[in-house]
Design a protein around this ligand. Structure first.
Ligand code: COA
Length: 153
């Protein structure tokens, strides 16, 4: 079941992100940062356990990043990631009325996002992200993430 994250989920979300942070696939988020963004975070829950999570970050009312997406290793490949991305888009569309809405992600698995209707693009399409986030990232000179985007009209 996919639902909005609550404060009680924060610890499990941090645990879900941890191995992907350690393998440098995702950037570190403190439990505090996770708690501050709960209103823009979804979780997928199975038998009371958080098995997937995704967050939204708006750069403008019509530019939204899909961020901190992680599915527990045991449940990958069962459609949870796709369900979360599509649900996150719906949440963004309900939070902001501006259209078209542009969604993007920076990822090492562009193939997954292509299965969710995204197309590959270049990071310079998102100067807001580069100015506000990438320029302050420790890995900015050695970043191999691929930008993907989707526009909803
Ligand atoms: C990438 C990730 C989110 C995918 O989630 P998932 O639940 O395993 O994926 P799904 O089962 O929803 O797959 C949806 C589609 O994408 C495809 N897909 C999933 N992972 C893929 C991969 N690594 N490479 C190619 N295709 C992939 C699936 O085959 C499926 O295709 P279909 O629609 O034709 O059936 C998950 O593997 C994960 O958490 N990875 C580690 C963290 C990470 O990389 N996060 C993304 C950072 S932006």
């Amino acid at each position: 079941m996919t639902r909005q994250a609550t404060e009680d989920d924060a610890k499990q979300i941090a645990e879900l992100l941890k191995p992907h942070v350690e393998s440098k696939v995702l950037l570190h988020r403190s439990t505090e940062e996770i708690k501050q963004n709960l209103d823009k975070t979804l979780v997928d829950v199975d038998a009371g356990r958080v098995v997937g999570t995704v967050s939204l970050v708006f750069f403008t009312p019509s530019l939204c990043e899909i961020r901190a997406l992680a599915i527990s290793p045991a449940t990958q490949g069962h459609g949870i990631g796709k369900r979360l991305v599509l649900a996150a888009e719906q949440m963004a569309l309900s939070l902001q009325t501006e259209r078209p809405m542009r969604f993007f992600a920076l990822t090492y698995t562009p193939e997954f996002f292509e299965r969710c209707g995204y197309a590959r693009t270049t990071k310079d399409m998102f100067p807001e992200k580069i100015y506000e986030v990438c320029n302050f990232c420790l890995r900015k000179d050695d970043c191999h993430e691929i930008a993907v985007q989707k526009t909803v009209r």
